[in-house]
Design a protein around this ligand. Structure first.
Ligand code: PLP
Length: 356
């Protein structure tokens, strides 16, 4: 049987959730489990994250899956509802919504009694310069005053465009957020994703919304998970299915992109882009065997890669770590010109999954 495997370490998830608790002790934690828990498998992750105060997802279908799995915590739809017919379902299932534009506000007001009867909170989104979703500064205070007058329990919500970097927009976003929060006081607030949880302890307010840090990948380009005291949750492995040697001047794989400058021992590993292992690698990529890193050689194919094993102690069936403990997903992402988030989310369902 093909042995490509995604291991999910529940204790690492719990460790990372505890890191959020340490960093933001007075805020409630909305664990972001959208996109199948960032590709980790929502069912297994919910079990490990059950101490969260709430969950955050991108759409109703994701929220209903959480309810079907039996979890009763509050759930926030971070983009709100996509059509008015979702409103009765949301209310029936005790799901909280973001409102980020006028049409959603009208839909919410049309369901005012039922929504408020369930004491559901409304997350009112400020567009402070990211310019994706939200009401602009000059409009949002009226929206909040109106909602409060209609009896809604509001939370001011905002998302940073550059929480992972020192960017001049950060100060402007914070200025706008604080202005709205003060002018509409009393008003609950939430603006911190993983990077902002680390970077802005003074902005944790009522709810923090950690995503990537729960899964043990770094939100910062210049900080590793070791710097941040996080543990990798996913370990992605495959096995050696053939051993080969090539002589200087020979090449391996499609396109014959690498010509060996000296004799080389190769192992063929049963993993490829059909599993979600990235193909591009503008920079040299590596895998790990027993804690030791070694080069990927030539092109990644749909089902196979070649790695160098000269002077390594390997055999058929030896397990190769594509990312996980030794070879961090963030490093694989960097070599591929992307971010850990993308590699984690875009795994296919071909590798088998095992929860530890
Ligand atoms: C509104 C919102 N909050 C929080 C998060 C979590 O972000 P991160 O995974 O960087 O912690 C996201 C993720 O995209 C988001 O869209």
């Amino acid at each position: 049987m093909r042995q490509a495997t995604v291991y999910i370490d529940s204790s690492a998830l719990q460790y990372n959730l505890n890191r959020v608790k340490q960093l933001a002790p007075s805020a409630k934690i909305v664990s972001m489990v959208k996109a199948n828990a960032y590709g980790h498998g929502v069912k297994d992750c919910l079990a490990a994250l059950k101490e969260s105060d709430a969950f955050g997802v991108a759409c109703l279908q994701e929220a209903l899956e959480i309810r079907q799995l039996g979890y009763q915590q509050p759930i926030t739809l971070i983009e709100g509802v996509f059509s008015v017919d979702e409103m009765p379902v949301v209310i029936e299932q005790n799901i909280e919504i973001v409102v980020h534009h006028q049409q959603q506000l009208d839909w919410l007001l049309a369901y005012k009694e039922a929504y408020n009867a369930k004491k559901l909170k409304v997350w009112v989104k400020l567009n402070s310069g990211m310019n994706r979703l939200g009401f602009k500064l000059e409009h949002i205070k009226d929206v909040i005053h109106r909602l409060k007058a209609e009896g809604f329990n509001c939370i001011l919500a905002m998302h940073f465009a550059n929480a992972d970097a020192d960017h001049p927009l950060n100060d402007e976003q914070i200025r706008q957020f604080l202005e709205v929060k003060n002018d509409c006081a009393p008003l609950m607030g939430s603006c911190c994703n993983s990077a902002a949880i680390y970077k802005y302890p003074e902005l944790h307010f009522d709810f923090v919304r950690p995503g990537i840090m729960l899964y043990g990948a770094s939100p910062f380009a210049d900080k590793t998970i070791h710097n941040l005291d996080l543990k990798p949750v996913m370990t992605f492995t495959a096995e050696i299915i053939a051993l080969n040697s090539i002589k200087a001047g020979e090449s391996v794989g499609y396109g014959s992109t690498l010509t060996a400058d000296q004799d080389m021992d190769l192992a063929i590993v049963s993993i490829g882009y059909g599993d979600g292992y990235p193909r591009a690698f503008p920079q040299q990529n590596y895998v790990a065997i027993n804690g030791q890193t070694t080069r990927v050689i030539g092109r990644v194919a749909m089902d196979m890669i070649a790695i160098e094993v000269t002077s390594l102690n390997v055999d058929l069936g030896t397990e190769v770590e594509l990312w996980g403990q030794t070879r961090l997903v963030d490093d694989v992402a960097e070599a591929n010109g992307t971010i850990g988030y993308e590699l984690l989310c875009r795994l296919t369902n071909r590798p088998r999954r095992k929860v530890l």
